[in-house]
Design a binder for this molecule. Structure first.
Ligand SMILES: Nc1ncnc2c1ncn2[C@@H]1O[C@H](COP(=O)(O)OP(=O)(O)OP(=O)(O)O)[C@@H](O)[C@H]1O
Ligand SMILES: N[C@@H](CCO)C(=O)O
Length: 321
């Protein structure tokens, strides 16, 4: 996370006084991440994460995220559990922002995942898809194909300052995606942002999944595509087929992919690369003054998009023939 909103000692003490989790021993802003403000919070009762919800999270969606984490935790998935205050409410307000306190998860986010990590991640993703099946609530994916043109409109005029030709490349690609985007794929709750920083490991095992603030109802295979992009490319921009194979084999060990999901995987990877290129581009061009945040490189995803433009079959992404 980043820190967009400062929290003063007195206001935190007053906020905590409404909970049964003791008093503050220490708290510290977390620089990682780009979406919300997060603090490590140590109280006399233990360790927690305090989140203040920022820009992209709509306040009316927060009960969905909180209920989802409670549902998934109830299904045995290791994800942050929102803590309720004495009134039984998990959502409050702090420093003028909506805020929640969640349980702290142990484990380490790997920066350079191995094929073994990718396999474990694939299986964890499929378990998440199964655990969400009876959640009973839905949320539209605001960052799918209909959400991309408005993002592009925000960045278009300045896109070529980031890379010459980026505006025209993106315009053409958006047209192509619109023409080929699949519909009717098996759908349910997806995480939609399961990058390496949102998955904790203890040794080779997944110990926890965090950051459910993009979770929504969409094609399961789109979540697989997001993970292939986030986990299986090397720093030099090449796609690591061994990691792709491991991720897909891990996923398939828990949930099979239907033929139409397999067929759609290349275009879903292209779309997923577009989604992250665009949100990164908008953020890159709009860093709020004074915020403790390091914007992520949009061109990393422009290059991934270019790779996927040439992929014709999921075999090229690692699916066993
Ligand atoms: N429940 C938790 N237990 C332990 N650490 C956590 C927890 N939640 C968040 N963190 C820490 O805070 C950091 C940022 O959290 P998170 O990824 O949710 O932020 P974000 O701003 O939404 O990030 P992103 O850019 O991935 O969307 C994580 O990398 C992790 O170090
Ligand atoms: N995981 C995203 C940031 C949160 O949307 C990215 O790497 O662009």
């Amino acid at each position: 996370m980043a820190v967009y909103t400062d929290v003063q000692d007195e206001e935190l003490a007053a906020f905590l006084a409404t909970y049964d989790i003791g008093t503050v021993l220490s708290y510290k802003g977390i620089a990682e991440g780009v979406e919300n403000t997060n603090y490590f919070l140590h109280t006399t009762a233990g360790s927690y994460i305090l989140t203040l919800y920022e820009k992209r999270v709509r306040e009316e969606d927060l009960p969905f995220f909180i209920d989802l984490m409670q549902h998934l935790a109830g299904k045995g998935l290791n994800c942050p559990l929102p803590v309720s205050n004495r009134k039984g409410e998990a959502l409050g307000r702090l420093a003028g922002r909506p805020a929640a306190i969640c349980t702290f998860l142990e484990g380490i986010a790997v920066r350079r995942p191995t094929a073994q990590h990718c396999g474990a991640l694939g299986a964890a993703l499929a378990r998440l898809h199964l655990a969400g099946r009876d959640f009973g609530r839905t949320r539209r994916n605001a960052l799918s194909i209909d959400g991309w043109p408005p993002l592009f409109a925000q960045a278009r005029a300045e896109a070529d300052t980031v890379s010459p030709g980026l505006a025209e490349r993106t315009r053409r690609e958006l047209e192509a995606l619109r023409a080929e985007w699949p519909s009717g794929l098996p759908s349910g709750i997806i995480h939609a942002d399961l990058f390496t920083d949102n998955v904790f490991f203890i040794g080779a095992e997944v110990s926890g999944l965090i950051d459910f603030y993009f979770a929504c109802t969409d094609a399961f295979a789109y979540d697989v595509a997001i993970c292939l992009n986030a986990w299986c490319f090397e720093a030099d921009g090449s796609f690591n087929l061994t990691k792709g194979r491991a991720l897909l084999a891990g996923y398939l060990s828990v949930r099979p992919l239907a033929p139409e999901e397999v067929e759609a995987l290349p275009i879903l990877c292209r779309g997923s690369a577009m989604r992250f290129m665009l949100t990164r581009l908008v953020d890159w061009l709009n860093v709020p003054p004074g915020a403790l945040v390091k914007p992520k490189d949009p061109l990393e995803y422009d290059r991934k998009l270019n790779f996927h433009r040439h992929v014709r079959h999921a075999r090229e992404l690692g699916l066993a023939a």
